[in-house]
Write a protein that binds this ligand. Structure first.
Ligand code: AMP
Length: 453
């Protein structure tokens, strides 16, 4: 029985209709060429990190929720933004909102020789309000060092991040759209906190009615986080708040001086902002953030990090200090776009194979060229010579290899120059559309010569 085909118009309507499923809010598909650029960015980071002596770590995307709640219940990341659920075994787990906790958990579990230097790349998840540069699933690269108090490590980590940004074309301390500001502060040691928190609390409580409602609520949980408020209503009180620098121990002050001296020695430009507290509660001593000139101030944080002495012990490990950073890939790429830098790699193929014999020639030739290390693609579905040549043109391939009945019978292929910048011997340009028929056995050698820069 022949099934009646629906008329073309209704087919088209079916095709045009909204698909049943869309990526969930705050998530998106990354497609080529964006993915090529994404991959290149991660390669630049991987290269810089491995040259600095860091080995890669891959941790699970979800952990026992306790791993993340140790980060501090006063952080929005923990109190409001965790993707947590009970799995089928009744375990309460959460998707990682960041990597540091997992790295510390892994250190506590796997005990590495210290100082342990490790880097990562991957997705993190936060149930936040989606907007440009703020997603519910986003990607980070980062690096952590566990097991040393030496402030030189803080400097080396910052230098790693700086080197990475500069390889992309961003300029630390620069003006204009490529500029990124490195903001630095010291949060002192945990023991320095109580006296400072008391002073902060007293400061804000003295003018409670001037404080925004949200900040009043934050004040009850953690006065330090009130300094993070970007609400205009709080600006005046935040600006007049006592600064931590006046409360931190001599040891922490000396460490901070050493960090600044190290950055000066390496020629890394920075500004000290005594009010930089960052979103997570675990930070101690050095904290830093990279802010892009080109992004709006709400979303201009490209990345940041700092010391978290005490976190490894909180996660059940030995009392080893730690320091690290995480850089947001999504926002870094937006900053690069805005600054017109860091183009993706050229992903066009070298060769397009055009075969009209209906036999296996196209399949075999493409395979042979790929095995010879060339980037090769071809058309399928036995399309006409004209359609295949059109596809070859559109692909940006430097050359097309053509095999029709005549070539197949003669054991030859025709090689056609598709781009006028393919170079001939001695650098003379080949002429676009120049075509020559050569023996099939000479194909790889001839094409490689044609493609020589
Ligand atoms: P944080 O751990 O919050 O300091 O995040 C480090 C970096 O990750 C930030 O500076 C951002 O570049 C990036 N990031 C954090 N949250 C998000 C998000 N929801 N969407 C996109 N990027 C983010």
């Amino acid at each position: 029985m022949v099934t009646a085909q629906p008329p073309l118009a209704s087919n088209l309507r079916g095709f045009m209709a909204r698909p049943s499923f869309q990526a969930a809010p705050g998530t998106r598909d990354l497609l080529s060429p964006d993915t090529d650029r994404w991959r290149r960015l991660t390669e630049v980071f991987a290269d810089a990190a491995s040259k600095a002596g860091f080995g890669q770590i891959v941790t699970p995307m979800f952990e026992d929720i306790g791993v993340f709640t140790r980060l501090g219940e006063a952080s929005d990341v923990v109190s409001k933004e965790l993707y947590d659920f009970e799995d089928k075994g009744g375990r309460h787990v959460a998707l990682r909102p960041e990597f540091t906790a997992s790295v510390c958990r892994s250190f506590a579990q796997n005990r590495q020789l210290t100082p342990w230097k490790t880097w990562y790349v991957g997705s993190a998840f936060r149930y936040d309000k989606p907007q440009k540069g703020r997603y519910r699933q986003f990607d980070q690269v980062g690096a952590e060092v566990i097991g040393t108090h030496d402030p030189d490590v803080d400097v080396e980590l910052i230098a790693l991040a700086v080197g990475f940004y500069e390889s992309l074309g961003l300029v630390i301390g620069g003006d204009g759209p490529t500029g990124v500001t490195l903001i630095l502060n010291s949060l002192g040691d945990k023991a320095d906190r109580p006296a400072y928190l008391d002073a902060l609390r007293a400061h804000f409580e003295a003018s409670l009615d001037q404080l925004s409602e949200q900040s009043r609520a934050t004040l009850e949980i953690n006065p330090l986080r009130v300094l993070d408020s970007k609400r205009p209503q709080d600006a005046e009180l935040v600006a007049a708040a006592p600064v931590l620098a006046d409360f931190i121990s001599d040891e922490a002050t000396a460490a901070f001086e050493r960090v600044k001296a190290g950055l000066d020695a390496l020629g890394v430009a920075y500004v000290v902002d005594p009010r930089l507290v960052r979103g997570l509660d675990y930070y101690t001593r050095t904290t830093f953030e990279f802010a892009a000139n080109s992004l709006s101030s709400a979303q201009n944080a490209l990345g940041g990090g700092g010391r978290y002495d005490g976190l490894v012990a909180d996660l059940g490990g030995p009392d080893e200090p730690g320091v690290g950073f995480a850089l947001g890939i999504d926002r870094t790429l937006i900053a690069c776009d805005d600054a017109g830098i860091f183009a993706g790699p050229d992903t066009s193929v070298d060769v397009w194979v055009v075969a009209t014999t209906g036999g296996l020639d196209g399949l075999e030739i493409a395979h042979e060229l790929r095995q010879a290390g060339l980037r090769v693609d071809r058309s399928f579905d036995h399309r006409s010579m004209k359609a295949q040549m059109k596809a070859a043109n559109r692909s940006g391939a430097a050359v097309a290899v053509i095999v029709g009945e005549g070539e197949a019978a003669a054991g030859t292929v025709s090689v056609r120059v598709m781009q006028s910048d393919a170079q001939g011997e001695g650098g003379a340009p080949h002429i676009k559309n120049q075509q020559s028929e050569i023996s099939r056995s000479d194909m790889v050698g001839t094409i490689k010569e044609l493609l020589l820069p």
